[in-house]
Design a binder for this molecule. Structure first.
Ligand code: C2E
Ligand code: MG
Ligand code: MG
Ligand code: MG
Length: 283
């Protein structure tokens, strides 16, 4: 009976793996055509300045709606495939350009000069020509450099330190902002951090989630706040979902908040309406 169980188990796993591989191949070939089929679009999640209670920026988030399928595919599923295949470089450039053009349009429509944050994958960062890409982008779209912020992951900045520091300087010299996303989940060395021309740290949602009860989450959040203050960086808390979390972070002088409590990521039109609304309520 044990043997039979073992056989079934093997059959189960092998069919499961085969299915997963097939799904993955379908996804991958779908992604190859996604750009030309115009299946990508962006949503924008507001960032709120604690001092004013107003929207001070937006994070562009990539979305994929395959034409052949009813529902959207989650970024956590398709972004790793884009990274593994190298397609993230081309798609990442599309994100940068699309987001900057939208930002420009908003400027022309009279929206205040909010900071536009764009996520940059490690693959994209190390592809080699990011500083040139950004320079060309600023030239072509005319976005004010200090309105553009790149969100980098800790894994980017802890790889090949000398090269990374040089690239970060070449980016920062252009006047754009540089943020470390999901801060606290990686292994940043404090020694390296102070060598990097950063402007912002984003406290990862996994810590914010456990506020204000969990004492170790409090300790981590406090130490990120202290670190940011001493390095003169803006601190943003991501994934703020409850008024209690917002109150805690406000009391500790976190600069900006982002999360479902304020707004989910929004399409361009909905974002415009949100900014309009949030200005009126404060004034
Ligand atoms: P991220 O950059 O840390 O973005 C935050 C994620 O948390 C987004 O998920 C956002 O929708 C979600 N989120 C925001 N507030 C809350 C909240 O209060 N509660 C919860 N539960 N979630 C919240 P999304 O859009 O699924 O993106 C996931 C990740 O995919 C992003 O994490 C980012 O690493 C990556 N990503 C998204 N767009 C791009 C892109 O254009 N390029 C690259 N390279 N990566 C991207
Ligand atoms: Mg981000
Ligand atoms: Mg994040
Ligand atoms: Mg995150």
């Amino acid at each position: 009976q044990a043997k039979q169980l073992g056989t079934n188990k093997y059959a189960f796993y092998s069919r499961d793996l085969g299915e997963r591989l097939r799904e993955r191949m379908v996804r991958e070939s779908g992604l190859h055509r996604a750009l030309e089929r115009d299946e990508f679009f962006l949503e924008y999640q507001p960032k709120i300045a604690v001092q004013t209670g107003m929207v001070c920026g937006m994070e562009a988030l990539l979305r994929w709606q395959p034409t052949t399928q009813g529902s959207q595919v989650s970024p956590s599923e398709f972004i790793p495939i884009l990274e593994e295949t190298g397609m993230i470089v081309e798609v990442g450039n599309w994100v940068l350009e699309t987001a900057c053009r939208q930002h420009l349009l908003w400027q022309q429509q009279g929206m205040p000069p909010l900071t536009l944050s764009v996520n940059i994958s490690a693959v994209q960062f190390h592809a080699g020509n990011l500083p040139e890409t950004i320079a060309a982008l600023i030239q072509q779209t005319g976005i004010a450099p200090d309105c553009l912020c790149l969100e980098l992951t800790e894994s980017i900045v802890m790889q090949d330190i000398e090269q990374t520091v040089a690239t970060l300087h070449r980016l920062r010299e252009q006047g754009i902002k540089l943020s470390i996303d999901d801060f606290g989940t990686g292994y940043s060395s404090l020694n390296y951090l102070q060598r990097m021309p950063l402007t912002e740290l984003k406290i990862d949602r996994s810590f914010v989630m456990n506020l204000p009860q969990d004492t170790s989450a409090i300790a981590i959040v406090d130490s990120v706040l202290t670190l940011s203050k001493s390095l003169n960086l803006t601190v943003v808390a991501e994934g703020v979902e409850t008024p209690q979390q917002a109150a805690f972070l406000t009391a500790r002088q976190c600069h900006q908040l982002q999360g479902y409590l304020f707004s989910r990521p929004l399409g361009a039109a909905a974002f415009e309406a949100f900014v309009d609304f949030s200005c009126k309520t404060v004034r």
